[in-house]
Design a protein around this ligand. Structure first.
Ligand SMILES: [Fe+2]
Length: 265
């Protein structure tokens, strides 16, 4: 069977500010995101949609989300999103719902079912899935038992072997896993938050973390540390028979290197 795949770009942890000149830890997050968008534009014939997995904004302001929408206009691809711990979900719902930016949290495409869940808790860095969210997830999975399924959330349900980051992962992962264990059609779980590439497997489900489009965190570090690496994103090809492929793209960004030098790396 030779069916063409659906191609998704996972873009995460953009951390935009209202002010385009503002920096996060020495990095201008607007410039690093623009570099990523330019790469996405160069790949646009190979990308069907964007999935943005949280921390779209650093300051949660309406202006930061309007700026995000504006920066994505040249790409003009269907863009789905979920909030992260830095976001303001209510503000996002008001702004990120026009033209190609879609508020839907459940959809089917290319033979796959997509379920996007909110793990962010206002005022808390850690992730948590509410009873309402868990019940909704279960209902979506019961309703489409035969389609391969991709779930996205901001927080990883696993420790990533970085002591400081592992304090802010999904705190009720056991409840999440209990649902997935009842629904073997779930193939992939995508998340952000950790600003680094990550891959592990549990009961036949693959869990994938992606680099941020902003600053990169040093893997396996007991305390907070930046890694001098380019911004990136993840490409995923999804075949209707449930097969999938993925790769990480890194985007050279001269501004980024200069800023890293300023932080002491
Ligand atoms: Fe982040």
């Amino acid at each position: 069977m030779n069916q063409s795949p659906l191609s998704i770009a996972q873009v995460t942890d953009i951390h935009l500010f209202a002010d385009e000149k503002q920096e996060l830890l020495g990095i201008n997050t607007t410039k690093s995101f623009q570099a990523v968008v330019e790469r996405l534009i160069s790949l646009q014939n190979k990308i069907d949609a964007l999935l943005v997995t949280g921390d779209l904004s650093q300051d949660g302001t309406p202006t930061s989300y309007q700026r995000l929408q504006h920066l994505l206009v040249p790409l003009n691809k269907p863009t789905y999103w979920i909030p992260g711990n830095h976001d303001d979900f209510a503000v996002m719902q008001q702004i990120l719902n026009q033209a190609f930016i879609l508020p839907q949290k459940e959809f089917t495409w290319g033979g796959w079912n997509f379920v996007l869940i909110n793990s962010a808790v206002p005022g808390n860095v850690r992730g948590h899935l509410s009873e309402t969210t868990l019940a909704w997830l279960e209902r979506q999975l019961v309703a489409r038992k035969t389609q391969p399924t991709l779930i996205a959330l901001h927080h990883p349900p696993f420790a990533v072997n970085s002591l400081w980051l592992d304090r802010s992962i999904l705190e009720n992962a056991d409840e999440f896993f209990a649902i997935l264990d009842r629904h073997p059609q779930v193939k992939l779980v995508l998340f952000g938050h950790i600003h680094q590439e990550f891959h592990c497997q549990r009961n036949g489900v693959h869990y994938l973390g992606s680099p941020a489009t902003s600053v990169q965190f040093e893997p396996h570090s007991t305390q907070f540390a930046l890694r001098p690496e380019y911004p990136g994103f993840r490409l995923i090809q999804l075949y209707p028979n449930g097969r999938w492929l993925t790769q990480i793209e890194r985007v050279a960004c001269s501004e980024y290197i200069l800023d890293l030098a300023a932080t002491g790396y």
